[in-house]
Design a protein around this ligand. Structure first.
Ligand SMILES: Cc1cc2nc3c(=O)[nH]c(=O)nc-3n(C[C@H](O)[C@H](O)[C@H](O)COP(=O)(O)O)c2cc1C
Length: 467
């Protein structure tokens, strides 16, 4: 299934549904598997309730939400999305009967083996749930306190019929909630939602400001009040329209070695201890679909989602660093390890200031190993343009900045120490003022009328060459 999915995703193909999944022992699982839901940027945008062409505007709206006193451009964005703003203040609707509880399996009947959980790669430790929306809340909250809930996508290794490992990295919302319960010595109630609606799935994957609840946010994208139903065996509310919900408790202390699993870097992770969830119930629709995906060397679905999220994030970044014109996190570089930024440059040293501002601004950029800064006549998403700027505007002795002992993703095994690594900044901008004493070359450009004339002439006389 992983091989078929990868092949179709690389070709920009459709959502796939496997009607008759079989286990390694050839027994059949009576539940279809759906993959490649977010296999194209168009489908990710649709999940956010907009056309791809309007992602920039949606990004401006999100930036305005973060900002206490939105600057003019953002005020405009807020006024153009009045319905979204209203939806944010809409409270979820609590219901008592929901499709996700048409079938309830509790106690001994709750068997994770009944789900068609994929083992994706030859070296994987076992079956891995790849699209779980993990709902948690802090110890000082009640089940109805939806505003305090966190929703995050954290992969879950199936250990047996009633236990899972939840792999929230230390800086995630789920990990912070777990620490708050651990302080009280109490187990934490958890609901793992499988096959949530696209808006909830994407809200859970989106790094939202702490003050915005992912569950309310999903309502912004879908345009509907989220409908939540009480879980059957834990004090939590869960999305009533989901396909499947796994309920249970996470002990304050119990961990198990998770992995190895193939990850988005294209390598297997080393096994690391993560908390264990004891399952108390599995509820699902009468005919549920199991949503899955793989993570691997790009392209994978998270890389495509990442590209769309970058478009959404640009206005937030520009609000802090206004000279930034374009930003690209190449998917091939694991979506965040390399960044290319184009700037409107006006003073010496500006490229270095921009690098340091980006590294310091959002937590996700602390894992960006290398930043290349180019002028705004360079397309930061085009490797040929970037290579030309590096080859002609950069001197390795003067324009390279190397930092040591900065924070890094523990998944980066090339770092000398786990979690601590260097950073590389390359200033490939035109050198101005005190940055150079030499005459700088002028960029050659064909005159516009000559370019038009040539295009027309070639099109008429050599039509086979195309446009
Ligand atoms: C398919 C997929 C798998 C993911 N797996 C993990 C994971 O195993 N652990 C993790 O900490 N984050 C994982 N993430 C990233 C988080 O879901 C994402 O950063 C999210 O914003 C975290 O939410 P939080 O900030 O509320 O904790 C994954 C994302 C996707 C789309």
């Amino acid at each position: 299934m992983t091989a078929v999915h990868r092949n179709v995703l690389e070709k920009g193909g459709p959502v796939l549904r496997f009607d008759a999944p079989v286990r390694a022992d050839k027994s059949r699982v009576d539940m279809p598997v759906v993959v490649n839901l977010f296999g194209t940027p168009e489908r990710v945008a649709a999940g956010l309730g907009v056309h791809v062409a309007r992602l920039g505007e949606l990004g401006a709206f999100l930036a305005a939400l973060r900002s206490p006193a939105p600057p003019d451009g953002m005020r405009d964005a807020l006024s153009r999305w009045p319905m979204l703003k209203a939806a944010l203040s809409t409270r979820p609707k609590f219901i008592t009967k929901a499709p996700v509880q048409q079938v309830v399996m509790q106690g001994n009947d709750a068997d994770l083996g009944a789900l068609p959980v994929q083992t994706h790669w030859p070296g994987d430790a076992g079956p891995l749930i790849t699209w779980p929306v993990v709902l948690t809340r802090p110890a000082d909250s009640s089940a109805e306190d939806i505003a305090k809930y966190n929703a995050g996508v954290y992969r879950a290794q199936v250990l047996g019929r009633d236990s899972l490992i939840l792999r929230w990295l230390a800086h995630r919302g789920g990990a912070a909630h777990h620490r708050s319960w651990a302080k009280t010595g109490q187990p934490m109630p958890v609901a793992v939602v499988l096959g949530a609606d696209p808006a909830t799935l994407l809200s859970a994957a989106l790094p939202l400001p702490e003050t915005v609840s992912e569950l309310s946010f999903a309502g912004v994208f879908s345009g509907a009040r989220p409908r939540l139903v009480p879980a059957r065996t834990v004090p939590m509310m869960v999305p009533g329209e989901a396909e499947i919900v796994i309920e249970g408790w996470v002990s304050p202390t119990a961990t198990a070695p998770e992995g190895p699993f193939g990850d988005h870097t294209g390598y297997y992770n080393a096994a690391e201890p993560f908390p264990v969830m004891q399952v108390t119930a599995i509820t699902h629709r009468r005919d549920p679909l199991y949503l899955s995906t793989y993570t691997g060397r790009p392209p994978d679905e998270p890389a495509i989602i990442g590209e769309v999220f970058n478009t959404l994030a640009l206005p937030v970044i520009q609000a802090q660093i206004p000279e930034i014109r374009g930003l690209w996190l190449p998917p091939a570089a694991c979506s965040y390890r390399i960044a290319v930024i184009s700037i409107d440059k006006h003073y010496p040293g500006q490229a270095r200031r921009v690098m340091m501002a980006l590294w310091g601004m959002l937590p996700q950029f602390s894992y960006t190993k290398m930043i290349v800064v180019v002028d705004d006549d360079i397309d930061p998403t085009n490797w040929d343009d970037i290579a030309w700027a590096i080859a002609t505007r950069m001197d390795p002795g003067r324009d390279v900045m190397i930092l040591e002992n900065t924070p890094m993703d523990y998944l980066d095994f090339a770092s000398p120490e786990p979690g601590l690594a260097g950073k590389l900044g390359i200033d490939a901008t035109t050198k101005i003022g005190s940055e150079t004493r030499r005459d700088w070359g002028g960029v050659m450009k064909t005159a516009a009328h000559d370019a038009d004339f040539a295009a027309d002439l070639v099109a008429r006389h050599l039509p086979d060459l195309g446009a």
